[in-house]
Design a protein around this ligand. Structure first.
Ligand code: AMP
Length: 415
């Protein structure tokens, strides 16, 4: 460990519990952010990755002026060991897991089904319900549960709040949420469209309204969350009315490694004619498809570089990606009836001027266009990239899922 010798003085002991620790537990990783809810500052962020392997890695980054980044490698056996490591790192910076400054721990939970329309303070009933949803999110919910249980073990007295990726989408009307399949079969197996990335869509749709100087209740927005995973949401007056991910995060847009929409018969065809098992098709569509499947690369920066050099495979992958975006923008415009803003967020959405330009290319008739100079201007933060006076605002709005989780958590528990 390259422990830093520079530490900020510990925070005043008489201040109330005003920090939230946000935990995002994956199957082999634990990401965390400590957030000061009075200032919005992040005293520390970090991650533990490759949990359970010999090559686990811990990276802890205190805020500027509070010490230097610390990194070490070596086996971290399980989530319990990972959180104990995080607790040690946080203690060294002044607000540890045992600190009276900690008001709660907010946990990202991927699947809340139809049950959790809001964040929930975790108790035995909530744990049982998240467990009951494991068949709908077999990779994610068990990892999220492991994180919650570990945190409860280490701080049984502290409120633990589960914030669900699906919750923002529970307002989607039946007409959009149901698949047109036999109702009894669908209900027996809880088959419907749930949607994901809800925390991001909630945050970005509100931040877009703020950017326009309007109340979210008065604004209709399409949010395009374009990261390695990607999804679109249509938000009317602050409520989500349609989203592109469905029963699982596989449906919808072209993603880094996921196919997005395909004819369901592709699955039967690959099984019957291609001799693949259900698990093999699952693996193909989730991990060897999307941009990676189309051109052997899932990093949009690399695809853009190859495309600029005339690489046809990369060019086609980019075109398929952009075509799917335009199709969804048009569809969601129709769903909303009136559109005030189109917001781009996440790794690709925030950083790729080329993707934003291609996504609205030819949509001038719908009032959608980007201004070349604004779209390519350097700089972060929420900003407009549409031409001045455009009928529909096109915006880049950086997402902040951790802040959204922290806000939702603190709202439930603040003294
Ligand atoms: P996320 O899942 O939100 O972290 O986004 C990851 C994706 O963002 C990766 O596919 C990156 O290639 C993409 N990305 C990050 N920076 C850029 C950039 N400057 N231009 C294009 N894509 C980017």
């Amino acid at each position: 460990m390259n422990a830093s010798s520079v530490h900020a003085p510990p925070p005043a002991q008489d201040a109330g519990p005003d920090h939230v620790l946000v935990l995002n537990s994956g199957s082999s990783s634990l990401k965390y952010q400590l957030i000061d809810m009075t200032t919005g500052a992040r005293p520390a962020t970090g991650l533990v990755e490759r949990i359970g392997e010999e090559t686990s890695r811990v990276v802890h980054t205190p805020a500027a002026g509070r010490g230097s980044r610390r990194e070490r490698s070596g086996r971290v056996a399980d989530h319990h060991a990972a959180l104990r490591t995080v607790a040690r790192e946080l203690s060294a910076d002044g607000v540890g897991l045992d600190s009276p400054r900690l008001a709660a721990i907010g946990h990202r939970v991927v699947h809340g089904g139809q049950v959790f329309t809001e964040p929930a303070v975790v108790d035995e009933g909530v744990l049982a319900e998240i467990e009951r949803l494991v068949p709908l999110a077999p990779l994610h919910n068990p990892a999220n549960l492991a994180g919650i249980r570990t945190a409860m073990d280490l701080r049984p007295d502290l409120p633990q709040v589960a914030v669900f990726d699906t919750a923002f989408h529970t307002t989607i009307p039946q007409a959009a949420a149901r698949y047109a399949i036999d109702v009894d079969t669908a209900d027996a197996h809880r088959v419907r469209r749930y949607g994901f990335h809800g925390t991001s869509h909630a945050y970005v749709s509100r931040a877009t309204a703020r950017l326009l100087g309007k109340d979210p209740a008065d604004v209709n927005v399409i949010v395009l969350h374009l990261g390695n995973g990607a999804s679109a949401a249509a938000v009317r007056g602050g409520c989500c009315v349609e989203t592109s991910m469905g029963l699982t995060p596989l449906e919808g847009l072209v993603m880094g490694t996921r196919s997005g929409d395909v004819d369901p018969a592709v699955v039967f065809h690959l099984m019957r004619v291609g001799g693949m098992s259900a698990d093999e098709v699952d693996e193909l569509l989730n991990t060897r498809s999307g941009l990676l499947g189309l051109c052997g690369e899932n990093d949009m920066r690399e695809i853009q570089r190859r495309r600029a050099e005339g690489d046809q495979q990369a060019g086609l992958a980019f075109d398929i990606y952009a075509h799917r975006l335009r199709k969804y923008i048009g569809a969601y415009y129709a769903v909303l009836g009136r559109l005030d803003a189109l917001a781009f967020t996440a790794g690709v959405g925030e950083n790729s001027a080329q993707v934003r330009e291609a996504a609205v290319a030819g949509l001038d008739g719908l009032g959608l266009a980007v201004d070349a100079e604004r779209n390519t201007a350097p700089g972060g933060g929420a900003r407009l990239v549409s031409p001045p006076g455009a009928r529909v605002a096109v915006a880049v709005v950086p997402t902040d899922e951790e802040m959204e989780i922290a806000n939702q958590t603190y709202t439930l528990v603040k003294p």
